[in-house]
Design a protein around this ligand. Sequence first.
Ligand code: ATP
Length: 199
Amino acid sequence: MFLKSVEIMGFKSFADRTRIEFSEGISALLGPNGCGKSNVVDSVKWVLGEQSTKNMRAEKMEDVIFNGTETRKALNVAEVTLTIANEEGILDLDVPEVSIKRRLFRNGESEYLVNNTPVKLKELRELFFDTGIGKSAYSIMEQGKIDQVLSNKPEERRYLFEEAAGITKFKVRGGEADRKLARTEENMVQVENILREVR
Ligand code: ATP
C-alpha cells in the first residue's frame, strides 16, 4: 500500500488544481521557504480526517480554504483527493486503488467520499484502523514528532504499538460495546423503576 497521488484544489496556497504523483520509494518535495511544502503535508493530514485547527496551523477550519491574494479572489471550497494503491487489500475494500476525498465549503458544509461514495468521518477512520494511517498513527512523522513520541507517557506511546500490532480496531469496538452495555444497564434500571411503580 502506498500513496500514489494527492490532488489539491482551493486548499491553502493551492488555488489551482494541482496533482502530485508519487512513485514507490522515496520522494522529496523541494522549494524555497513559504512555497507550500508544508501545505502539501497539511493537505494529506486534512483529507485523512484531521479535525484539529491547531494541527492545520489555522485558527478556524475555513482558514484552509484559499483566501485570495492581491491578484486573485478567495475561493469558496477546498478539495483534496488522495489515491492509495491497495493491491494487497490492506484497506478493507475489494479494489486495487482507493480514492479518499474531503471537501469543505466556506459556509461550513463538508463531506468525505471514499471511491466517490459519501461516508461519515467515523467510517473513514474505521477504514484506516491498524494500517498506520490516520490521526495519531505513525505514517506522518513531522518535525518534532520523534521527540514527542519519546517523551510521551508510556500509555500514550502504547497507542503506536497497538496500531502496529493491529488491535486498534478491536479496542475501539470494545469501547463502543462497553458504552452500549452501560446504556442498556441504565435502561434496565429505568424499566425496573417503572415496573415497581405500576405493580
Ligand atoms: P517553510 O519551508 O518556510 O516551512 P513551506 O514551503 O513549508 O515553508 P508552507 O508553510 O507550506 O510553506 O506555506 C506557507 C504559505 O501558504 C504562505 O505563503 C501562506 O500565506 C500560504 N497560505 C496558507 N494558508 C493559505 C490560504 N488559506 N490561502 C492562501 N494562502 C495560504
